[in-house]
Structure formats: C-alpha cells, structure tokens
Design a protein around this ligand. Sequence first.
Ligand SMILES: *Cc1c(COP(=O)(O)O)cnc(C)c1O
Length: 229
Amino acid sequence: MKEEIADNLRELRGRIVEACEEYDRDANDITIVAITKSHPAASIRMAVAAGIRNIGESRVQEAEPKINEVGRIARFHMVGHLQTNKVKKAVQLFDVIQSLDSYRLAEEIDRHARDIERVIECYIEVNASGAIQKYGVPPEKTLELIKRVNNLENISLNGLMTVGPLTEDRDEIRRVFKICHKLFKKGRDIVGTKFDTLSMGMTDDFELGVAEGANMIRIGTGIFGPREA
Ligand SMILES: *Cc1c(COP(=O)(O)O)cnc(C)c1O
C-alpha cells in the first residue's frame, strides 16, 4: 500500500509536470491536496511520508477520529459541504475550509473561530456549472460574498474552490474553470494579495484546472486508488 501510494504520487507529479509544460505553467506553483475521504488514517500517514503536506477530507465526522489519530502532521482542508451544526468542530479540526458558500455559514465560522481565538483560512466554493445538485455560490453572487466575508475578523479569505462539472466534455469543463479564474482575479482586486489560491481540478480534470490557472488541485483516486462506494 505504501509503495502504491508513493508510485501513484510519482506518476501524478509526472502528469502535473506535463500539464505545466503544455499550458506554460510552473509545476512548483501547483499544490497537491491529497483527498483521504473513505481511506483510513494510515493513508494520511503514508501520503505525508511520501511528501504530501496538505490533506483534504469531506466530512467532519469521518475526519475527526482520523485527524486525532495522526495528529497535526499536515495542513488539513475541509473540502465537503459544511453544515452549520458541524462548524464548531470544523474550526477546531481544520486549517482551511474550502467549501464556504454562504454568508450564514461564514458568520458561524467567524463566531466559532473567535470563541477559540483563531483566524481560520477559508476559500469560497463557486458553483460555476450551474448544476443544481451541487453546492457552491453561483458566479454572479461570488464577488458580493467575497466583499462581505472579507469584513469578518476571524476568517482569512484566501481563495476560491470549485468542483468541475461531471461531464466528458473537456471544453465544457474548461469553460467552467475559466469563469472561476476570472472571478479569482476579481476577488484578488477586492481582498488583496493574500487571496492567492485557486483550488480547481481533481483526478480526472486537473490538467484543465492547470490550463485555466489553478494553483491547487485536490486528488483522491489518483493517489489512493478507487474509493469503495
Ligand atoms: C472527493 C473529492 C475530490 C477528489 O476526487 P478524485 O476524483 O478522487 O480525485 C476533490 N474535491 C472534492 C471536493 C471531493 O469531494
């Protein structure tokens, strides 16, 4: 298992280098977040041993025992939908919340972060494909949300996250990623240079994320193999 993860990471890094050559990007600018949902705490340890510094989880209940088991050996990112009743736990467990998609959620995060005297790093999740089953704020509401969240003292707003549309149509995925890149640049004009992360691309579409300006990609299957349903 350990060898497999290390091999997969080597292959992934090769794919990142190729994509960066193709799209004129610097591979050193691309941060990998290894998504360990549905994999055991041991997988987190193995990924860290293979050089990973950022770990992502999508459910608070699943992440809590795993993070408590391994300790703070990486930066932990929350990438799944966050319910307000899980925020208190989330601000204790995670370094970054990538799935901020409403002002109401932002207020909860801000309040609980203040209670424990923390400033928590957040990215706003954009739903640029318009898919109704998906979480995230629509593009036309993103800049307004950025402005409002930027005023909250216990949130540091550092970027945007998006999940590409579930389609084989590469042009459609790129179109959606392009919208997010534009919003990212506008967000930077509002927040300033600390708004520096565009989290965009997963195992099957990260090359398109790289093509459209992503500097963070979230990889599960490509590192740990397929998840059980
Ligand atoms: C599961 C998940 C990923 C990783 O997906 P893979 O296709 O396995 O790379 C990335 N981002 C989010 C938000 C996820 O839920």
